[in-house]
Write a new protein. Structure first.
Length: 327
């Protein structure tokens, strides 16, 4: 098993670097993840697998001896998933990068479809779907090439950074923001998609996302819920500030994304706190940042209905009562 010092890397010596972040998950899940990568139609020369152990209380290294010829293993102090991914970026050498959480894995057939798009279309980004059912079958319908801002202007994004394969060269200095535990993907994903001039989107469900109680988004303590909401708002405000300085096409696309995230933020305030008082305080914070009322734009039917209801105090009380009762 290789280990590496962390240093700036510019040479592309592999086709794809898979950056696998790991923290205190069962080792068997990490093995499933690695097996799913090794099963792909990529030669040893084409692929690079970097496992970043973000300071787990018990390192999985002894469980990975059979993978020692195929992976680079890096262990660092617990700094969070953002810094773990940044570590992977720094030592990667692939032309393309793919993030994978250590408890998830790639689905071979649909991901091979993504590899075909990468090989023959030479895009900057290949967006694909995710699934919570590894046995789910789906048709592969691809769209592209399209510029990133045009795609963002017409589609709701899936914020996770694991939902796309992207060319390393479009990163430039972009990295995940240190210190954000919840919502770090939203900030990164929005920016990298705006950089793309050649993007493909496929309906292939190529990534298995494993839902489990240990996930940070499922923590039930109120302090964790408030931390999640505060991080979400920080990301939204940052993206909104960035939009003000962008060219028109990028600004319009990012403003749509900010409006969608603002709607999601309000929805999460209702669902996580179930408190009309907390909802009013959150709306006030959005208003102070110029993010409320939500823009009077026709993005989706759901957005239209939500925007009209949330605009009034009576409507907010109604949503606060009804939404937690829905399935």
């Amino acid at each position: 098993m290789q280990t590496k010092q962390i240093y700036p890397q510019t040479d592309e010596t592999h086709l794809i670097s898979f950056i696998v972040t790991y923290y205190n998950q069962p080792a068997r899940m990490l093995k499933e993840c690695l097996d799913s990568i090794l099963a792909l139609s990529l030669s040893e020369e084409e692929r690079e697998i970097i496992v970043v152990d973000d300071g787990s209380s018990l390192t999985p290294v002894d469980e990975l001896l059979s993978y020692r010829d195929h992976i680079i293993f890096v262990r660092q102090p617990n700094l969070g998933v953002s810094e773990a991914r940044n570590t992977g970026i720094r030592i990667s050498t692939g032309k393309y990068l793919q993030f994978i959480d250590g408890d998830d894995y790639l689905l071979r057939s649909p991901y091979e479809h993504c590899l075909d798009i990468m090989r023959y279309g030479d895009p900057e980004i290949v967006l694909f779907d995710m699934t919570e059912d590894p046995d789910e079958e789906s048709e592969y319908v691809a769209e592209g090439p399209i510029e990133g801002n045009a795609f963002m202007l017409k589609h709701n994004l899936r914020g996770t950074a694991c939902g796309y394969l992207f060319r390393r060269s479009i990163l430039s200095s972009l990295r995940f923001t240190k210190g954000i535990t919840y919502g770090e993907d939203e900030e990164f994903t929005s920016q990298i998609i705006l950089r793309a001039t050649c993007l493909y989107y496929t309906t292939a469900k190529a990534y298995y996302y494993r839902q489990h109680a240990a996930s940070v988004v499922h923590r039930k303590e109120m302090k964790d819920k408030i931390a999640r909401l505060d991080d979400n708002l920080t990301v939204i405000c940052h993206l909104n500030q960035m939009a003000d300085t962008m060219p028109k096409a990028d600004r319009e696309a990012l403003s749509r994304r900010v409006a969608q995230l603002s709607m999601d933020y309000i929805y999460n305030v209702i669902m996580l706190t179930k408190s009309p008082q907390h909802l009013e305080k959150s709306v006030q914070r959005l208003s102070e940042e110029g993010l409320f009322p939500l823009p009077d734009k026709h993005f989706t039917v759901k957005y239209d209905v939500f925007r009209k209801l949330i605009k009034t105090k009576q409507g907010r009380r109604l949503l606060c009562f009804l939404l937690p009762k829905l399935p």
